[in-house]
Design a protein around this ligand. Structure first.
Ligand code: FAD
Length: 431
């Protein structure tokens, strides 16, 4: 079956197997080497290989303790399914990415971050334990203090240590289905950075950057700051999705359309009411409202370039990179800036204390050379690129910017993962 990541830029004709359930056996002996896969929302080639173990249908809820908020579920349960059930009961995900169409296994394997990284860190901070199927067929229960090195290798380990079968997660209590959202318009990068400092104690902070803006407007942004509301109640947890119009013209996303979109969007947000109550799912997952929006980039697909720069060089580095982007005319309509808190001890987790920017680029003939120039800047500033969005980084860039990769490899060796779990990405990166 032909499969790709969310960016639809790399396809593979894969043989797909699905384990019966978390308690049933998976015959790894038959598979020379395979990669686990959830809902395929990683953008590039991290869930692609000749043999894929698809966990999408392993979505049973096993146990929920409504005193403590601890949930035990199979790894193929999606965040969407959890939101459908738990928001109206007064519980929410402690950390959530910008889409709810991902699985719990995918969230652990990418060690995802949300708009609250500066306060709460990554998804793995809320994992009590998970069951991991190793390359020798054994299933062990892994937690931060039982098998700590395997925990640190698996959280953020892109499926390369084994198959996560089920997990225990700590949910957080909420009193309302609403977020009190505040929008702050800034006119340049230093104002944007200053606004991040001002709202350092707010629970959720994210900025949309107008990456076409130049000169004195370089880095102008709309900062969105959110807190869980106590008002509004827990009902009305519906979520509506619209189909992406397939009649939409090709070439829709050319430079002038994007430039015009960015200016209008900036002005509209600047003029909008600055404090409103927004339903949780609208605040966290604006893109999910349009089903299959990834097809709008056409048949060549697109990729997301997400990097992080250390805090000390954040301003200078972002300025250089934004200038490079705006001068190239390759602005992205989605440009999301967040501030990360301290890094954790997982070997391949992406966040470093500093600033992260995510940009979507349509694939075109000069894109890869352009991104190589950005890689050089990111590397020179001591930053790195997010593995779950990557489909093209070089082995050298990866090994220089993820210095704990040798420890990661030794843990994989010890737990029988080498030659058993691999993806197109891991082969490219020399893992
Ligand atoms: C619109 C959008 C917004 C996003 N926003 C964010 C964001 O804000 N923050 C963020 O951190 N990420 C974000 N992401 C990325 C997304 O959260 C991750 O790529 C996530 O891992 C996808 O989960 P999945 O279930 O689709 O996994 P897949 O894409 O299928 O797989 C991703 C990785 O997880 C591994 N994996 C999957 N299931 C298992 C398992 N059961 N056992 C072991 N390994 C497994 C795979 O091998 C692969 O390496 C976003 C993605 C999209 C499309």
């Amino acid at each position: 079956m032909l499969i790709s990541g969310w960016g639809r830029n790399i396809w593979v004709d894969a043989s797909i197997s699905s384990p019966p359930n978390s308690l049933g056996p998976i015959n790894l002996e038959k598979l020379s080497s395979a990669i686990p896969r959830g809902l395929g929302r990683s953008y590039g080639d991290s869930s692609l290989a000749q043999n894929v173990i698809c966990l999408e249908n392993n979505n049973l809820l096993i146990h929920f303790d409504d005193e403590t908020g601890i949930l035990e579920c199979e790894s193929g349960v999606s965040l969407f399914e959890l939101n459908n059930i738990f928001i109206s009961k007064g519980w929410f995900l402690p950390v959530t990415p910008g889409t709810q169409f991902i699985t719990v296994g995918g969230a652990i394997a990418s060690d995802v971050h949300g708009k609250n990284h500066h306060i709460d860190g990554t998804f793995s901070n809320f994992i009590i334990e998970f069951d991991l199927l190793l390359g020798n067929g054994e299933v062990i229960t892994v937690g931060p203090s039982s098998y700590p090195e395997l925990f640190k290798a698996t959280c953020g380990g892109m499926g390369l240590t084994g198959v996560i079968l089920k997990a225990k997660i700590q949910l957080i209590p909420i009193q309302s289905n609403f977020i009190l959202e505040r929008k702050i318009a800034t006119t340049n990068l230093s104002q944007t950075m200053h606004a991040f400092e001002l709202y350092a104690n707010a629970k959720y902070v994210v900025a949309w950057v107008d990456c076409f803006a130049k000169g004195s407007h370089l880095g102008r942004s709309i900062l969105m700051v959110g807190e869980h509301s106590e008002a509004g109640g827990l009902d009305e947890n519906q979520f509506t999705q619209y189909e992406f119009p397939h009649w939409a013209p090709k070439g829709l996303l050319n430079g002038s359309v994007l430039r015009a979109f960015n200016s209008c969007y900036y002005l509209k947000q600047k003029l909008s009411k600055c404090e409103i109550l927004v339903p949780l799912r609208k605040f966290f997952y604006p893109l999910d409202a349009i089903k299959g929006w990834n097809v709008m980039y056409g048949k060549e697909g697109f990729l997301q370039y997400q990097f992080v720069l250390p805090e000390e060089v954040g301003m200078e580095g972002l300025r250089d990179i934004l200038r490079e982007i705006s001068e190239s005319g390759r602005g992205s309509f989605l440009a999301v800036l967040k501030k990360f808190g301290p890094k954790n001890s997982n070997y391949l987790s992406f966040p470093l204390q500093g600033y992260t920017l995510a940009l979507d680029f349509k694939i075109d003939p000069g894109l890869y050379q352009f991104l190589e120039r950005l890689d050089i800047l990111v590397g020179a500033y001591g930053g790195r690129v997010y593995l779950t969005k990557d489909s093209r980084m070089s082995e050298k860039m990866f090994k220089d910017s993820y210095p704990e990769w040798p420890v990661f490899q030794s843990v994989r060796e010890k737990y029988h993962a080498i030659n058993k779990f691999s993806s197109l990405q891991s082969v490219r990166l020399g893992l």
